[in-house]
Design a binder for this molecule. Sequence first.
Ligand SMILES: *Cc1c(COP(=O)(O)O)cnc(C)c1O
Length: 437
Amino acid sequence: MKYYSTNHQAPPATLAEAVKKGLAPDRGLYMPERIDRLPEKFFRDIENLDFHEIAAAVATSFFGEDIPADAIGKIVCDTLCFDTPVVNVCGDIFSLELFHGPTLAFKDVGGRFMARMLSYFIGKEDAGRKVTVIVATSGDTGSAVANGFLGVKGIDVIVLYPEGKVSEIQEKQFTTLGQNITALEVAGNFDDCQRLVKSAFMDEELNSILTLTSANSINVARFLPQAFYYFNAYAQLKREGKAKDVVFCVPSGNFGNITAGLVAWRMGLPVRRFIAANNRNDIFLKYLETGRYEPRPSVQTIANAMDVGDPSNFARIMEMYGHSVDAVRKDISGCSYTDGEIRKTIGEVFRKYGYILDPHGACGFQGLSDNLEKGETGVFLETAHPAKFKDTVESILGQPVPVPQKLKDFMSREKKSIRISNRFEDFRQYLKDRSTE
Ligand SMILES: *Cc1c(COP(=O)(O)O)cnc(C)c1O
C-alpha cells in the first residue's frame, strides 16, 4: 500500500518511508491510497472477537501488504496491553473509556503502536543502528510518546520541555522513566523547545552522525491505529443489543481521533453519524456553519488538549470528502462549549449519575446530550482520566477525585532531568556528546 500527500506535490511513499518521515516533503499529511471495506462476515461475527483480534483485522487491512501477519499480531498485542470499555452513563449515552493505558489518555494507543512499528522497520533495515526520536512537549505529548517508546529496542527518546511550565503530573510521566528515555528541561518556553527540535532536524552535521526522527502526532502510524477502538466499541454495543444507529461524539483538537473514526466508517463500520465536540476553539464548527475554514490563534481553556486553532487533520478530512462542505455536513455535525458550560456538565453528570467526566469528555457528553435523536445510541470518547485534571475537576465536584494506582506510581518516583539553556549551540553539543558515548 502506498501513501500519498494531502498536498499532492510529493511522490507516493511506502509505509516505511511514511512512518519514518512523519510529514511528507511537501509538508502535507500522508493518507493511505485505499481504504478497503472489511468483509460483511467480520461485522456479523464481531461480537465474538476480542480486542486483539478486532485490531489485528483492522491493522491487516492497512498494513498487511507491507508487514507479515505475525509481526502485525505482535505489534497489536504489545500496543493494546489495556482495554477500552464502553460504559453506560445514562439512558442511551455511553462513555468509550480510552484512559486505561499507561498515561491514562487515548494517545497511548497511537503512541505505543507507532513506537513498535518504527522499531520493526528499523530492525529490518540495519540491526545495531540506533534511532533518536526527539520531541518537544508542552505536557501531554511528551508522556504519551515517552511511555510509548519505553523499552523499545533500537530507539532512544529525548523529550524537551519548558522548565516550570508543565504540571507536576505531566512532568513525572516523562522524567521518571529512565531506560531509553531522557528528559531535557529547557530554560525557556514551549516555542524554544520546538525551535531547538526543528534546528536539529535541519543541521547537516548532526544528521550525518545521528539518525533523527520526530514522533509527530500526524504520523500515519499514530493516526490509523485510533480506528481500532471504534470497532471495539461497536462490538461491545452489539453484545448488549445497542448497536443500531450509533452516533460517535468525539472531543476534538487536532481532529486526528475523529478522522480515524471516519476511516473506520469507510471500512464498513455501521455508524449513523459523527459529532465533533469543540471547546471555545470552534474553527471546525464555524467551517460547518459558513463553509469557510478560517484558522485563528488558539485560546486557553480547561480542556487544554483541544486548544488548537488550526487543526492539522483538517487536510485529511478534506481529502476524504473531496473538499465539499456539503458532503462533510451530511456525516458530521459540530458543537462548542465554554469553560462555564464544561464545568456545569461535569458537576451535573456527577450529581445525577455518579460518573466523573474529565473536561474533554464533558464536551463529548454534552454534544450527545444536546444532539442525540430518538432511537439513536450515543457514544462519546472519554479521552483522558479525570485525575489527570485533578485540580479543575475537584474544584467543580468539591470532593477528591480517586487517583488510579498507575498515576500514584508515577508521582512517587524520582524525577530525573538534564537542564539545558535555550541556545541551539548547547543542544547541538549535547547531541554530539551523546553520539560519541
Ligand atoms: C489530544 C487530546 C484530544 C484531542 O484529540 P485530537 O485527535 O487532537 O482531536 C482530546 N482529549 C484529550 C485528553 C487529548 O489528549
